[in-house]
Design a protein around this ligand. Structure first.
Ligand SMILES: [Zn+2]
Length: 83
């Protein structure tokens, strides 16, 4: 399926189907939120739904880079609780 959107993990840069990722969205209000439904509007970033990548994401502050702003530890901790 050529039209299946491919996502790239912001921690390990591996590509894959969006079902394998946790989506994080920056809303129009500039808030960073976890998007469990995959339907929120806004700029999205993806990280593999694996403990390893989420740990790596926190360690390297990959979300800060993805969204070009400070992302609180709370968000990283929430991510960690998703896997
Ligand atoms: Zn990954």
């Amino acid at each position: 399926m050529k039209n299946t959107p491919e996502r790239t993990c912001i921690a390990c840069h591996k590509k894959g189907d969006k079902r394998d990722f946790v989506r994080i969205v920056k809303t129009s209000e500039g808030q960073i939120v976890l998007d469990k439904t995959g339907k929120l509007n806004g700029r999205g970033a993806y990280v593999c739904a694996s403990e390893e990548c989420i740990r790596l994401c926190k360690k390297t502050h990959a979300l800060n880079r993805a969204f070009k702003q400070d992302v609180s530890d709370e968000i990283y901790d929430k991510l960690a609780s998703e896997v």
